[in-house]
Design a protein. Structure first.
Length: 446
């Protein structure tokens, strides 16, 4: 993005993007032309050892032009939004297309669509800068200092202008903002963790999250070591989100058609407990719903798993056309729920459990075998032994080998969906659940 002196220019507006896209469309000689905008301003305040250590702001603006001649496609991008630079970008895209092979999967840009208008940019988040982020960081640091504990984490905000336009008449523009907070509290060798993400920076609940991380760190000081094996477990929402992130990634329609998918031949069949439903909920205030995808397709509410039965797959436009799918669903705002009401809180799950392992979070989750979605990873930042309805001790961390398709085949108890953030997933609504069996394959060294 070009700069005006030492000042960053304002975020690209709808009118400015329309002007830039018309500039390209009126000069393009291609059969089809598509323009996309991604104007991003992000900032992060990091802290460690009870002090702020970094405050970084990044501004990135990019305009991408894709043209097609007789199925031959070329793409070029620019960070300079002046008329001359955009004309040069169009010329580069046209030259690339003319020497490229025909793309057998090419489709023209989508037709015009009236995209849903969603509250994707909260004013308080779009206006937040280093002082607001530092205020939240200092709040967490102050709480930990009072407890003689060490705090490390980050507060981040971002504001983005996104646009798509094409010579089919397609036009979409949207501003999106989000904020996040993560904290690891250290008490000697013990740690506690908590995190949040939301469209509104006012909804991060920094004090509440900090007290949660402190409580987990304190409880983790006295650790016992249990042998590896199969245990009943209570998974908090972040742990559930980490496992389901990989299940969601595996819902690829192209792999399904090729027969290489985890779910090959299972469309329309039960794959998890019959009380579980997974849906896209772009209008939910606590999720990151959007108006349209990068391909210029609308984001709409959709059901992916309905009472345990796989109903939907993630299509690219070519595969959708092959399969006769008129609407292509998106899953940027996943909400996982279990039918009925089991218990009100994680505390109630614990009280009703005779013996189990309570898992706060998983990290470094990786696939072992995508055919059955076998995953491996480790527990982290709060793993506890429950006996007779009470947490009696912290437990040394485990490595696990488990497939969510097997683990969620049956659920004993569950809560209502809660906001869940995990390093494996952006954000999801997910319940805390009690599962009868979960395979911990070994004890870690920490």
């Amino acid at each position: 993005m070009t700069l005006n002196g030492d000042k960053w220019p304002k975020m690209t507006s709808r009118e400015e993007f329309r002007f830039l896209s018309e500039l390209v469309l009126t000069r393009s000689s291609a059969d089809h032309t598509m323009i996309s905008l991604h104007d991003h301003h992000a900032g992060t305040t990091r802290f460690a050892n009870n002090q702020a250590i970094q405050n970084v702001d990044v501004r990135q603006g990019k305009l991408t032009v894709t043209v097609t001649f007789d199925g031959r496609q070329g793409t070029a991008s620019t960070t300079d939004f002046t008329a001359g630079a955009i004309q040069e970008t169009l010329s580069r895209a046209e030259n690339i297309a003319k020497v490229s092979p025909v793309d057998p999967e090419y489709l023209p840009p989508p037709d015009p669509y009236v995209f849903p208008a969603r509250e994707t940019a909260k004013p308080e988040t779009m206006a937040a800068g280093p002082p607001r982020r530092l205020e939240y960081a200092n709040e967490a640091i102050g709480q930990c200092r009072m407890e003689n504990l060490m705090a490390a984490g980050a507060v981040s905000t971002s504001a983005t202008a996104v646009g798509v336009a094409a010579n089919t008449g397609l036009f979409g523009y949207e501003r999106r903002g989000d904020a996040s907070f993560s904290l690891t509290v250290q008490a000697g060798d013990a740690t506690g963790w908590s995190a949040a993400a939301h469209r509104s920076i006012n909804h991060l609940k920094v004090q509440e999250r900090t007290l949660t991380a402190i409580r987990r760190a304190k409880r983790s000081r006295d650790v016992c070591e249990l042998p590896a094996g199969r245990y009943p477990v209570i998974l908090e929402p972040a742990a559930v989100a980490g496992l389901w992130a990989w299940l969601i990634r595996s819902l690829d329609a192209k792999a399904y058609v090729k027969g290489t998918s985890t779910f090959a031949g299972k469309l329309g069949e039960a794959i998890v407990d019959e009380r579980i439903t997974l849906q896209n909920s772009p209008d939910h205030a606590d999720l990151f719903g959007e108006g349209f995808s990068n391909d210029g397709l609308p984001s709409t509410p959709s059901v992916w798993i309905d009472h345990g039965i796989l109903r939907q797959l993630a299509y690219d436009r070519f595969t959708a056309k092959q399969r006769g799918e008129a609407m292509i669903p998106t899953l940027e705002a996943p909400a996982l729920s279990v039918e009925g009401s089991s218990v009100d809180s994680i505390h109630d799950l614990v009280k009703r459990t005779e013996r189990a392992i309570l898992v706060t979070n998983f990290w470094y989750i990786r696939p072992v075998n995508l055919r059955d979605l076998m995953l491996t990873g480790m527990t982290r930042d709060g793993t506890f032994l429950i006996e007779n309805g009470e947490i009696v001790s912290a437990v040394k961390n485990f490595r696990f080998h488990e497939s969510p398709l097997q683990a969620f085949r049956h659920i004993n108890m569950w809560t209502a969906p809660m906001e869940a953030v995990n390093s494996e997933s952006r954000k999801i609504l997910a319940p805390a659940v009690a599962l009868p069996h979960f395979h911990f394959s070994s004890v870690t060294r920490f």
